[in-house]
Design a binder for this molecule. Structure first.
Ligand SMILES: [Zn+2]
Length: 315
């Protein structure tokens, strides 16, 4: 900026500051009188300052409005995102609640099924034990209360799922053992078809004389030479002549059961043979202490004779 012009806007010092400052512009043209324009510099500065202030306020205002607008837009966008997330959370909450309910119901249903299974196994084992003199076994305890509250049920389920495994671990061997015993137990009659029984298990009159005696088996009336069948799978323990029994075959079925077939005319197995249910072990006869051709059939459980009667009819 030229020095002269700068001087125009410089605030005068000393006495000059107390007087107004003017800028005089003289316009002279040939053939015309000169014209003088006078500008009050103080006024000009005031006007400039006012215009500057107005410009600043306008700029600040515009900036503020624009900023506010952007902020609002951002806030609206954030609110929209939050609303979406809330909606997602709510729907997933509902889904989770539904799933939890389904899981609770599945667990309740599973437990009821396990309980029913346990009851059935216990019932079967209990019936077998009451019908047949089998050894006592440790029986799992049942009878849990059914919780009504789903949360309680869920918590209870988690703690009980482990015990289900434990219960099944105890139930299944018991069931398997029970089934194996059922398969091994000597059942049915030791001859084919229906046969007359001349003497049952229990006290009876002495067939050879006076008085009474204990008859430890069942006598089937048979023609000599009738095939005699094993009533259950097992291993032949004894085969041959033995005093009053005559020729006899003894089979060990396991689980404490043994069967003996006496008074045979012929023995067709030897000790150590494995036999199947229904396999011919000999032919009926009249050997030993026998008053006529018949088969004497004895069942033992844990070393003691039992009444074969309820074993004679297969289930
Ligand atoms: Zn007899």
């Amino acid at each position: 900026m030229p020095g002269g012009l700068r001087d125009l806007f410089r605030k005068p010092g000393g006495r000059a500051a107390q007087h107004p400052h003017f800028l005089e512009i003289v316009v002279a043209r040939t053939g015309h009188p000169a014209r003088t324009f006078r500008l009050n510099l103080d006024t000009l500065k005031k006007v400039s300052a006012a215009l500057g202030a107005v410009a600043f306020v306008w700029f600040a205002g515009t900036f503020y409005v624009a900023y506010s607008h952007l902020s609002n837009q951002e806030a609206i966008a954030r609110a929209g995102q939050q609303a979406e997330r809330i909606a997602l959370l709510e729907s997933s909450n509902e889904r989770l609640a539904e799933e939890k309910q389904n899981v609770d119901q599945s667990l309740l249903s599973l437990r009821e099924r396990v309980e029913r299974l346990a009851a059935r196994v216990h019932g079967l084992v209990g019936r077998a034990e009451s019908e047949y003199p089998v050894e006592r076994s440790v029986r799992p305890q049942g009878g849990m209360a059914i919780p009504l509250d789903a949360d309680e049920a869920s918590e209870l389920m988690q703690s009980e799922m482990a015990s289900f495994d434990e219960r099944l671990d105890r139930l299944l061997p018991e069931l398997e053992r029970s089934l194996a015993r059922e398969l091994a137990r000597p059942v049915g009659i030791p001859v084919a078809g229906e046969q007359d029984i001349s003497s049952r298990y229990g006290v009876r009159g002495n067939p050879f004389g006076r008085g009474r005696e204990f008859h430890n088996g069942v006598d089937f009336v048979l023609d000599i030479g009738t095939p005699v069948l094993a009533t259950g799978p097992g291993v032949v323990e004894a085969a041959g002549h033995e005093g009053p029994n005559g020729n006899r075959v003894a089979i060990n079925h396991g689980f404490g059961y043994r069967s003996v077939y006496a008074h045979l005319s012929k023995v067709q197995v030897k000790p150590g043979d494995e036999v199947k249910r229904g396999q011919v072990v000999g032919l009926s006869g009249n050997t030993g202490r026998s008053s006529g051709p018949h088969l004497h059939y004895t069942l033992y459980y844990q070393g003691k004779t039992i009444d074969p009667d309820r074993y004679l009819k297969p289930h």
